[in-house]
Design a binder for this molecule. Structure first.
Ligand code: ZN
Length: 303
């Protein structure tokens, strides 16, 4: 089996109304809606997946748009941000592009020697874009994810000792500490952040719900599950998520982690060319399609 986690499979967040979410991620961030399905645990709510044109691993950002979710606040025990990576040669052009479209952003600030800007999605959640010399000239692939923790140690130990990450940098200034962990190749990193919270942490719209790491296949996932159990984690059984199999566990610092398999992937029920076009339901809900379609608000892509 692999000794190191391959990187990130997806990041899942909670949003408000779906149309604003679709408009922001398809127009402002120029991502592709690669899957339009429902929350398998609450099928009256969409589950929207964004990614690159080819839905590459390490590009998948998903949302549960809960129309009546209260506003959330990131804080210790939650993933607080994800970052897209962007080639330095294209970074200035994209900043100009966003400025010309009256899209506000903070920064750039310098983090581990690279510029980072922070846009805000319609729910006020941060959308970071970081320079990376190995990145494409279009945002889409993740640069990394940030986990906000009261104590970096236990989560660091899990990611390093069990999941195979290595320490790749440490920054500390103004009461804020950031430890960067990296896995193989150009896979997205995980930053562990410790700083004084300005709000009580609360899950709600504008917050990240969980972070999913990649497993090659079902066998690899089961081996990771055994390792995590041996390390004292309480891991769910394998759950069929139609496009991947998933296991979930609460990491020591409180962030919900998932390990998801690469197969069968998003072309399981529509072709690459058609990804995101139709409302896709898993078999258990296909019989309720008419009712589900009546309840879900209409969303338009590229309108
Ligand atoms: Zn997930």
């Amino acid at each position: 089996m692999e000794d190191r986690i391959k990187g990130l499979h997806h990041v899942t967040a909670i949003s408000g109304a779906p149309q604003e979410n679709v408009d922001f991620f398809t127009k402002v961030m120029d991502q592709r809606l690669v899957k339009k399905t429902v929350n398998f645990d609450a099928p009256d709510t969409y589950h929207l997946y964004y990614g690159t044109e080819t839905a590459d691993p390490g590009s998948i950002l998903t949302f549960f748009p809960f129309a009546d979710a209260g506003p959330g606040h990131a804080g210790p025990g939650m993933a607080s941000a994800y970052a897209y990576k962007l080639n330095p040669k294209a970074f200035d052009d994209w900043m100009v592009h966003w400025a010309e479209h009256a899209i506000d952003f903070d920064g750039p600030v310098e983090r581990f020697g690279s510029r980072v800007i922070t846009l805000r999605d319609p729910d006020g959640a941060p959308v970071e874009v970081a320079e990376d010399a190995a990145a494409p000239d279009h945002p889409g692939l993740f640069h990394g994810v940030t986990l906000w923790l009261d104590d970096i140690g236990p989560t660091r130990d899990l990611l390093v000792d069990v999941m195979g990450y290595g320490e790749a940098g440490h920054e500390s200034a103004d009461g804020t500490e950031r430890l960067r962990l990296a896995t193989e190749g150009d896979a997205p990193h995980v930053d562990l952040l410790r700083k004084t919270p300005d709000h009580i942490a609360r899950q709600g719209k504008g917050t990240i719900h969980h972070v999913a790491f990649r497993a090659h296949d079902d066998a690899d996932q089961l081996e990771w599950r055994d390792r995590l159990l041996a390390a004292g984690m309480q891991v769910t059984p394998v759950i069929d998520r139609q496009y991947f199999n998933a296991i979930y566990f609460r990491s020591p610092g409180g962030v919900l982690f998932e390990i998801a398999t690469d197969p069968p992937g998003f072309t399981r029920d529509e072709t690459l060319a058609d990804l995101g076009k139709g409302l896709k339901l898993p078999p258990q809900y296909e019989g309720r399609r008419a009712q589900i379609e009546r309840i879900l608000p209409e969303i338009r892509v590229g309108a």
